[in-house]
Design a protein around this ligand. Sequence first.
Ligand code: MG
Length: 342
Amino acid sequence: MHILQRAAPARLQLREMRRYPDVTHGPLRSRLPDRVQIVEVGPRDGLQAEERTLPTETKLALIERLLDAGHTVIEATSFVSPKAVPQLADAEEVVRRLPRRDGVRYPVLVPNERGLERALSAGASEVAVFASASESYSRKNLHRSRDEAIEGYRSVIRTAKDARLRVRGYLSMVIADPWDGPTPVATAVDAGRRLLEMGADELSLGDTIGVGTPAEVQRLVGAYRDAGVPADRIGVHFHDTYGQGLANVLAALELGVATVDASTGGIGGSPFAKQAAGNLATEDLVWLLDGFGIITGVDVRKLAAISSWMATELGHEMPGRAARALAGEASVRRGVAGGSPQ
Ligand code: MG
């Protein structure tokens, strides 16, 4: 008898490893919010870092898929100079063709008045401005000092608010900067508060190089709280460079933050840490939050399917973990269903 035939085992039933146990209690769960608003940044923060420029149709198909997975806030594109970011040179067309749905927001990045004008004429209803908490990154990325860059947004934010747009402020390098070293907490708080005082509705704190740990995240978010900034005006934006992304999210959630940026597939590395992992992967985040019974409205299996579709469109494997694990789980299951002896 053939060895493989003889080895066929009693049929083991592979089960889904997921499980939603009763997790609404417990010492950690009780300190976390019941809902988290995910800001999906893949179509902007992710795609701008890719070598391959996707056709407009593919970007719109990505956004459709993200909507179908349950996303309600999707950062759609950027109005920075097309010379600086050619991957997003079709920003006007993307915004004009966005699928309009009730309860769905599409922030777009604007670097200055000119970018805001372009965004407004394309029909954007929410914009994001981006500053740095550190000096060197501001000079290298924005070509102005930190204070000049922040002050430069005063008129941008005012014009946007006059046009009844919602405004998100990004603050990069809140933990450390590759040239300046650790960012003093007081400096990071002061920079972010200025954007809020100028009228930004929400501040996204970015650990752009992903060096932060939960202790530093709690120190920073706690300092914002002590400075009178409510947690509901703060979002967090983590990179997974040192594998701290999810732990840092938990640290922020424990202090009342309930808005988290993430990128499906985990694309979007920092241009100054090329060896680094990219943004926190949305599907990894949703896997974590599902485990606590925290509502996001987003379907982790649909995200995993999007991630493998993106791998084909972008021509490389996605860095996120959960999508890979779910794809592996599915292929093992297919193998068993097909009667493979292994
Ligand atoms: Mg990012």
